[in-house]
Design a protein around this ligand. Sequence first.
Ligand code: UDP
Ligand code: MG
Length: 311
Amino acid sequence: MEQNGRMLSAIIPAYHEEANIPLVADAVAEALSVAGIEYEIILVDDGSGDGTFAAIEKAASRESRVRGLKLSRHFGKEAAIQAGLAASKGDCCVVLDADLQHPPSILPDMFKLWHEGAKIVQGVKADRGKESLLYKAFAKVFYGLISRFVQIDFRRASDYKLLDRKVVDILLALPEKTRFFRALSVYYGFPQAEIEFPVAPRGAGKSNWSLRGLFGYAIDSISSFTAFPLQITTYIGSVMLVIFLVLGVQTLYNYISGRAVEGFTTVILLLLFVASAVSISLGIIGHYIAKIYDEVKARPSYIVEKETGKL
Ligand code: UDP
Ligand code: MG
């Protein structure tokens, strides 16, 4: 049963996933062919140092519907997704993790929702799977912040998504270099559907995010979505002004009534506070300037070194 000959492209970014490649490629192929859906699988090696690309080449040689891209170095998951989307030919694209945490078994249901008119089908985490306490806490704060800024609930959102060709083309045409796929795809307001999936335990290997990496990702994502942190300076400044007015009146009163001196504690505290507020504000401004610099340079966000499989 072929569904109107409409094709689905499954895009799988992979970084150090040597052992998972054959598993995920097979699982996706199986889920889609059983449902009679026309598909291609695009595996993107995000500059891994292990045999990930060799595994991709092997998978591609076994199955003509599997293709592979190798980025010239490690560019990050967002870039790998973008490279995969750019290479895709399907009428819709699904992005899923290589580590089998995104169960391919729901692919036919996602496809069906798309068939029924959804331009974006979101995979929503039924639970967050097994994660360390620290990771959980971090994810909570991060998504809490983002949800506030962007006014979309990201707490259960994932990168497991199906996008209509139209949405993919719009995403690819965006001029910005630093992207946050998870948020961008909901930003445009196309008709959406959601589908819950249980987060499976990771296949082989371990999560490739270091705490530092995640922190950087969080900061990049927030700042590519909102300039609000720049305005925090103004708020801190306003609070400082109020404190200054109160203390100013008190100081003047002390001076006039001849009870000056003392109050060094206040001076020290104020100095420390002002100094840290100013440094933090400068840091925030610096971060945005760095981002502007990156965007202005307009370098490509990824470079494809090699391709494999039938094009
Ligand atoms: N990944 C990638 N580049 C990176 C980090 C991760 O392409 O720099 C891929 C990884 O191979 C996997 C997916 O992104 O397919 C999710 O990564 P991971 O499982 O490490 O993250 P988590 O599940 O903890 O979000
Ligand atoms: Mg994972």
